[in-house]
Design a protein. Structure first.
Lengths: 259, 225, 112
């Protein structure tokens, strides 16, 4: 009980009678953590009272006694205070403070970790940007739907490189990976057929390479692939043919006229 | 000078509770709203492949501290990698295996420890003939070339076309040989175990139907060279 | 003159809220102000003010702010809230009606 009295200010000496009075009050208040604040408020009140009386000419001891008497019955004050300082609310409040601190630290650490928010944003972006453009051409097979659209055309190392972007939606998980073997495609543009190469940056032009199997969340259902064509001149259109027994599928993408 | 008047205790408590709810939501969201039960996790894994109604074969640990589940579903094995945190069961990766002949093995965590060690279970599955019983000569090795023990185990049918073989320690507790120490290490959970063997399938009348050789494989691989 | 305590209990909250409706005050200030305005008729037991103030805070009728005084001591200043002003108005109406009816009975005058 005497703990909150250790922070005494030098000029204010709390008389023992005041302390005793306060302790009777606090005995009625069940929620211990509020004791310090209550005692401070009550003692400050009594100090003000004593100061006023001293200004009127009373001596210290008498002022203290008069002030104390004016405060009233301590047990009654204490019981009334206890009604307001409900222990269950007090402990609940304390608990929420601690839990909130713990949770917000955990949330901050998790969100700002490498695998937290940045990855989540990246994943969401990839998901949202996955859909093929409305202008894409498509072909349907037994296990999948394949969309194709003309991609970027750029100049690289003295050659023209053109991309054909593909979006593949699988219907059957076990067929995924077996269905679209890009190696089996044949590709040609308006200038003629293209060979497939699996080593990059070959000196001869007019060949194509597969690229980019994106690691999509959700596994087998959909993925992005593409063909990179290396040419002498910008293409007007390109066509890919995939042998599929009696139902070869063909897709033709057009780049249109150069602006 | 504070512009906002100080809130009373009730208001502060409610504010804290709302803050807690928000933090919890952010945590769950950032981890992809993990499943609360293992069954929930399995359902999510199944849904990725449009399946349902799998049978659990094995629950084991993986390299790097995660966990794995192996489930049987209509002739294929569903391999589920997951993490178990205080937020729940987080799905890491799901793969579906449909092999002509496949095998996998692992310590069986669900079975619990026996004399301080988990039992090891080895599963063989694939396009196998309908057999009444199965037997397998199993060679357990420590890393790829140190043979630890060999045994012949009776198979139990785990599912249609899937046989389970229970491995137990062959060396006694008192055995201080290198093999025995490696064996104890393997059964305690070390991932240095390698398996190989010969599978024999028998018909109703005890006649040998088929013999298949299974090349050396590690704990979590499904196929071998 | 000394007023019977039982007459005081109901109206103390009303008086405290009235005091605070004009400006924010700390506990001792309210006691002196109350005594001054009522011509020293109302000198309630000072300790009993604090349970009232704490209850008003818990109910959201007043709000508390800690301010440092010149003497270096930190005082808790109580300020009325919007909800408190509303309750004050209600209590004023209630009080006026009450006193009107009591007067009517005591003085024998019939209500207008």
């Amino acid at each position: 009980m005497k703990s909150f009295f250790r922070k005494k200010k030098p000029e204010a000496v709390y008389c023992q009678d005041w302390r005793n009075w306060c302790e009777v009050v606090l005995r009625e208040v069940r929620f211990r953590p509020d004791h310090e604040a209550i005692a401070r408020e009550l003692m400050a009140h009594m100090e003000d009272g004593r100061a006023d009386l001293e200004r009127l000419g009373y001596d210290r001891t008498l002022a203290e006694q008069r002030t104390l008497r004016a405060m009233g019955d301590p047990a009654e004050v204490g019981r009334a205070l206890d009604q307001t300082h409900k222990p269950w609310l007090g402990w609940l409040w304390q608990a929420t403070r601690i839990l909130l601190l713990a949770l917000s630290l955990t949330a901050a650490m998790t969100l700002f970790a490498v695998t937290g928010l940045p990855e989540l944003v990246q994943r969401t972006r990839t998901e949202l940007l996955w859909e093929p453009p409305a202008s894409a051409v498509w072909a349907e097979t037994e296990h999948a739907v394949i969309y194709a659209a003309p991609g970027e055309v750029r100049e690289e190392n003295g050659h023209i490189t053109a991309d054909i972007d593909l979006w593949i939606k699988m219907r059957d998980p076990l067929a995924a990976g077996q269905e679209i073997q890009l190696w089996d495609l044949t590709c040609r543009d308006n200038w003629g057929t293209l060979e497939i190469r699996d080593w990059p940056n070959q000196p001869e032009s007019r060949y194509w390479q597969p690229f980019g199997l994106e690691d999509m969340p959700g596994g087998w259902q959909r993925f992005r692939q593409g063909l990179e064509l290396t040419l002498d001149q910008p293409p007007q259109w390109a066509e890919i043919t995939y042998p599929n027994g009696s139902a070869d599928w063909k897709l033709r993408v057009e780049w249109g006229e150069e602006p | 000078m504070m512009n906002l008047p100080r809130w009373n205790r009730t208001q502060k408590t409610i504010r804290n509770l709302l803050g807690m709810a928000l933090c919890l939501f952010l945590l769950l969201w950032s981890r992809g709203f993990p499943a609360r039960t293992l069954e929930g996790l399995v359902t999510r894994a199944e849904r990725q492949y449009l399946l349902d109604g799998s049978t659990l074969l094995l629950q084991t640990d993986s390299v790097g501290g995660g966990h794995e589940l192996y489930l049987w579903n209509q002739g294929s094995i569903l391999q589920v990698y997951y993490d178990h945190t205080w937020l729940g069961y987080e799905l890491d990766a799901v793969r579906l295996f449909d092999e002509e002949l496949g095998a996998f093995a692992g310590v069986d965590l669900a079975a619990g420890k026996q004399e301080g060690y988990y039992p090891i279970q080895l599963f063989v599955f694939g396009d196998l003939p309908d057999a009444a019983s199965a037997e397998m000569d199993i060679t357990l090795s420590y890393t790829s070339n140190q043979v630890v023990s060999t045994c012949t185990a009776r198979g139990a049918r785990a599912a249609e076309n899937c046989w389970r073989f229970d491995l137990t320690r062959q060396h006694g507790d008192a055995d201080t040989s290198q093999q025995a120490r490696w064996e104890r290490e393997i059964f305690a959970g070390s991932q240095k175990d390698r398996y190989s063997g010969t599978l024999r399938l028998y018909g109703e009348n005890g006649a040998l139907l088929e013999t298949r050789d299974i090349g050396q494989f590690q704990r979590t691989t499904m196929r071998w060279e | 003159m000394k007023i019977d305590k039982s007459l005081m209990t109901g109206s103390t909250t009303l008086m405290v809220l009235s005091l605070l409706s004009r400006k924010e005050m700390y506990g001792y200030q309210m006691i002196t102000e109350l005594a001054r305005r009522s011509d020293h008729t109302f000198e309630l037991k000072e300790g009993t003010l604090y349970p009232i103030l704490h209850t008003l805070e818990a109910d959201g009728l007043v709000t508390v702010r800690e301010k440092e005084a010149e003497t270096g001591r930190v005082r808790k200043y109580y300020r009325i809230t919007r909800k408190g002003l509303k309750v004050l108005e209600e209590k004023k109406v209630e009080w006026n009606t009450f006193t009107e009816k009591v007067n009517a009975v005591v003085c024998g005058t019939s209500p207008a």
